[in-house]
Each structure stands twice: as structure tokens, then as C-alpha cells.
Ligand binder design. Structure first.
Ligand code: GLY
Ligand code: MN
Ligand code: MN
Length: 440
């Protein structure tokens, strides 16, 4: 399953349609990153660049020039190199980029400095992601300086530098049919991996062994890498929000929190489930879990077009705070505990985030200073949690060290939302039944 070439072309057209007349946009690819000595991290293309090209090589740059008669879509990329290709694999080269990726004019990188100045010459406005990379900022400045130095020969450097992100990221925020299909598949594969982890979990296993089961399922289903480092936190490790060490043993009687999602052709899943290592919740674990679950389901029910983004978060704060008071974990009036921020001792993050090519995806949450309403085509996570610090002496000892988060991915539809990750159970009875079956 992949985004079609026709779709990549439509995205470029949609972006160019929003650019000012006489303007140019440049989008660099990612670079390879050294891990140690001559070993690199697995290459992952820059999401903006991939969104517009589908081109998966490092050291490339897209230039969009609406109205240019010799081609509006220009790419710089690595040249073919038989020697390097023996060592490091196939390169498309400029001709391959033109033939396979719908690029109208492609150049090898060794002529970039000269050709880019020709392309920028006479353009009024230059869009790019200013400040994302010091190296790239410097490179753009060098090109502009080079152009200004040729002013007496008639060269004119762009006079306006404008952030590309608002235009491009607004496009990325709304997922079209192909993207929705990919995200449904990413959600399904991620959900299956969580089911596998529940089925295989036993006291005495290491957190990294559960992580390995998840990674295995992702890779066996076409997702070589997760969308982010998987979190597998047993016991009080669940209270560390971005715990990724995954080194401890899982103890009978503890919960384990798994936050993991696959990346399928550049689209992320992002699921959290929390379940008992030995298959049965204790009374305290169940009480906290049932509260988080009630809040998560109420928040998903509230997701529909027209509802303000922040309203879903406010709802989670209201319901969690009321529930924490009912359990005796917070004392006082819910309204005052919200006003004072006392609930943040237990719930210190927000209800969710946009989801797409990046796990914390691009797109503004406010427009003209106001929280934006949800609209069909947006995908977001809904992930309330309660984390009771092992050091919290305000609560009885029996509660300390319990951490619960439940996270699903939802697509906003015309009349509500579609849960993309409902393939993994979250009701207490369902989880306990699944774990009791131990089919693996
Ligand atoms: N996995 C990161 C998050 O849920 O935001
Ligand atoms: Mn998330
Ligand atoms: Mn997550």
C-alpha cells in the first residue's frame, strides 16, 4: 500500500496554487546521520519532502516554481554512480527522478549552486522552512549572497523570505482517501501488535522482550520500523511518560504500559494500552483503569466536526478530576482543583495531538488566536492517563506507582469519528479474557 504518483503530483499542485505569483519554494530532503564511525542510522526521509515527492533518497532538494515554462517541479539529487551503487545501492539519478517521480526537470547535485541561483533569479518571494536547520539556512544565505553579488549583471535576489510551513502543514493536516486507507492499515497492524503483547506477556519477562514481540509484528507486516521508540513500562516505570529504556523485568502484580505504533509507508499508528502483567487487575489498578477508560470513551464520543480542539482536553480534565476526587486521590472541589492545576500531579499532558506522517504531526491547533474546530479528514489521538507517583505521600501507599494511559487514533468524519485502532481490546473483562487465553 503506497501513496500514488498521481497523488504526489496533486499535492505539489495544491501547494503551488497557494503560493504568491512570482514565488519559489524549496524543500530539502533529510540527510544520512552517523550513528558511530562509518555506520549510519536507518535513513528516514523528511516528511515534508516525502509528502511532495515520494522520493526516498538523501541529499536531494525539491524546488517548486509556479508558472516556470521550463518546468514548475525541479529536483536536485545524487547523480548515478556505479561504484557507490555497488556499495550502497541504487540511485535514481536525475533521469530516473524525471521518469519515475513526475519531476519535470532534475539536476545532479554537483551543479546545484549554479543552477539554484538561476532558478531563484528574479523571483519575488522565497518560501522555505526557515530555522529548521542551521546548515540549510546558511546554504540559502550563500545562494542569496551569490545572487546579490551579480546585481550589476542584472540578477535580482528574492526580497521576501517566507515560512513555507503554514501552507504545507495545513495541507498535511487533512488526510485524503489514500492517506486514510494507509492510516487505517497502520492502526490495524499496531493494534494486532498490542494484542500479541497481551497474549504473550508473563511475569519474569523483560520489558524489551515485549518490545521485541511488537517490533516483530510490525516488521512482519511491512513496517520495518516503529513510528517512534516503543515505550514498555512495567510497574512504576509507567509513570515516566517517555520511558524508553525498556530494560526492567515485569513483575507479577504490576501493570505494564505499552505505547507503540508502526510506521506504514510514512504514516504512523500510536496506541497505548495498560494491562496486568499476570492477567488480572487488582482493585486499585482496576479503579484507576476504569476511570481512565471512562474518560477516554467520553472524549472519543465528543470528537466530531465543529467541536473545538481544546474542548476535548477540557472534557478530559473535568472528568478525570471528578473521578480522582471520587477515588479519594484528590481532596476538594473539582472546579477548584482544576483552577489551581492540582490535577496536574496525576494528569500532566494533554489529551492528544494530530497524527499523520509524524507521530506528533504538523498543523496548527489555533487559528487567528483561537482553538480551531475539528474538521473531517483530521486524525488525532485520544490518550488520557493517570500517573500516581511512587513518591506521592498525599495518597495512601496502595495507590502509589500505578500509571495508566489508554490511547486510540481517531479520524474525524462528517458526523463524528472513526476509531482506527479499535482492534485491540480495552475493557477490563476483554483484556482479562484475552490474557487468560494465552494462545501464543
Ligand atoms: N507515543 C507518543 C505519544 O503518545 O504522544
Ligand atoms: Mn500519542
Ligand atoms: Mn503514544
Amino acid at each position: 500500500m503506497k501513496i500514488s504518483q498521481q497523488n504526489f503530483a496533486q499535492r505539489r499542485q495544491a501547494l503551488m496554487a497557494q503560493m504568491e505569483p512570482g514565488s519559489v519554494a524549496i524543500v530539502p530532503s533529510a540527510k544520512e546521520l552517523t550513528r558511530n564511525r562509518d555506520v549510519e542510522y536507518p535513513f528516514r526521509q523528511n516528511s515534508d519532502f516525502y509528502y511532495l515527492t515520494g522520493f526516498n533518497e538523501p541529499d536531494a532538494m525539491l524546488v517548486l516554481i509556479p508558472g516556470r515554462s521550463d518546468g514548475e517541479v525541479v529536483l536536485f539529487c545524487r547523480d548515478r554512480d556505479p561504484e557507490m551503487e555497488i556499495w550502497n545501492g541504487y540511485r535514481a539519478g536525475p533521469r530516473g527522478a524525471e521518469n519515475q517521480y513526475g519531476i519535470q526537470q532534475a539536476f545532479a547535485n554537483d551543479v546545484m549552486d549554479e543552477e539554484i541561483q538561476n532558478l531563484l533569479d528574479g523571483r519575488i518571494r522565497l518560501y522555505y522552512s526557515i530555522g529548521s536547520s542551521d546548515d540549510f539556512d546558511r546554504q540559502v544565505q550563500d545562494w542569496l549572497r551569490g545572487l546579490r553579488a551579480k546585481a550589476r549583471n542584472g540578477a535580482v535576489a528574492p526580497g521576501e523570505l517566507v515560512m513555507l510551513d503554514p501552507l504545507l502543514h495545513e495541507l498535511r493536516l487533512f488526510k485524503d482517501d489514500e492517506e486514510q486507507d494507509l492510516m487505517r492499515a497502520a492502526g490495524r497492524i499496531s493494534a494486532e501488535a498490542h494484542v500479541r503483547a497481551m497474549q504473550i506477556c508473563k511475569p519474569g519477562m523483560a520489558e524489551y522482550q515485549l518490545e521485541a514481540e511488537i517490533s516483530h509484528h510490525f516488521a512482519m507486516n511491512g513496517c520495518r520500523l516503529p513510528a517512534y521508540s516503543s515505550i514498555v513500562g512495567g510497574g512504576e516505570n509507567a509513570c515516566v511518560l517517555h520511558y524508553t529504556e525498556n530494560q526492567d523485568l515485569l513483575n507479577a502484580g504490576d501493570l505494564v504500559l505499552i505505547d507503540a505504533g508502526c510506521e506504514l509507508d510514512y504514516y504512523a499508528g500510536d496506541i497505548t494500552r495498560t494491562f496486568p502483567v499476570s492477567g488480572r487487575f487488582s482493585d486499585e489498578q482496576k479503579a484507576v483503569y476504569e476511570l481512565v477508560l471512562k474518560v477516554q470513551k467520553a472524549c472519543i464520543d465528543a470528537v466530531k466536526p465543529g467541536v473545538l480542539w481544546d474542548r476535548i482536553h477540557e472534557l478530559s480534565v473535568e472528568l478525570l478530576t471528578e473521578g480522582l476526587v471520587e477515588l479519594g486521590l484528590l481532596k476538594g472541589e473539582p472546579a477548584e482543583l482544576i483552577e489551581s492545576g492540582a490535577y496536574k500531579a496525576f494528569y500532566m499532558h494533554r489529551i492528544g495531538h494530530w497524527l499523520g506522517m509524524d507521530v506528533h504531526d504538523v498543523g496548527n491547533y489555533k487559528v487567528d488566536g483561537d482553538w480551531r474546530p475539528l474538521e473531517p479528514g483530521m486524525v488525532m489521538t485520544v490518550e488520557p492517563g493517570i500517573y500516581i507517583s511512587p513518591q506521592n505521600e498525599q495518597v495512601e501507599a496502595r495507590w502509589r506507582g500505578i500509571g495508566v494511559r489508554i490511547e486510540d487514533d481517531v479520524l474525524v468524519t462528517v458526523d463524528g469519528c472513526e476509531n482506527l485502532t479499535d482492534g485491540v481490546p480495552k475493557e477490563v473483562a476483554e483484556i482479562e479474557a484475552l490474557m487468560a487465553s494465552q494462545v501464543i
